[in-house]
Design a protein around this ligand. Structure first.
Ligand code: SME
Length: 155
């Protein structure tokens, strides 16, 4: 059992009062990457309303695809349905977009503002299958909520 209880506190302490969304996302990806073991990519895609697609935001990991149309790949499905996607085995996800051949499982959590409007997704890839158990998914949803709140209502 991994111990994640400090991530939310650390993230709140790190980000409270920060008003620049890019700064928030950059350090949030770094904190998750240095705290959660066994990940090969952590980062954000942001929603471009005009082109109805996601574009690459701050991340930690290998270079990644830069634009993802809504409904494509795990990120695009999470964004289109505004529903988290837990993928225990990426080879079983229809339309999966491979950026880093090391990725074997994936978690994508949509980010919404206080009106419920999509503004991006939080994407995590792991180099092993079944990485995202219930506890880790719950913790990453908390992380996503903190990030959304800080971006939406900077203190
Ligand atoms: N695998 C993702 C693409 C983004 S990378 O994982 C960084 C997808 O299928 O949407």
């Amino acid at each position: 059992m991994e111990n994640y209880h400090l991530i939310s506190d650390q993230l709140n302490a790190l980000l409270t009062g920060e008003k620049n969304p890019i700064t928030v996302l950059a350090n949030a990806s770094a904190l998750v990457n240095q705290t959660v073991t066994n990940l090969n990519w952590v980062g954000f895609y942001l929603y471009d309303h005009e082109h109805d697609e996601l574009y690459l935001g701050p991340f930690q990991g290998q270079v990644a695809c830069m634009h993802i149309p809504l409904g494509h790949g795990v990120c695009g499905v999470a964004a289109k349905e505004v529903q988290p996607q837990v993928v225990p085995d990426v080879t079983q996800f229809p339309g999966y977009i491979s950026c880093d051949a090391a990725a074997k499982s994936e978690l994508v959590i949509p980010l919404t503002d206080k009106s419920g409007e999509l503004f991006g997704v939080f994407d995590l890839d792991a180099p092993v299958k079944d990485r995202f158990d219930q506890q880790l998914v719950r913790t990453m949803k908390e992380v996503a909520q903190i990030i959304s709140k800080v971006i939406d209502e900077p203190a």
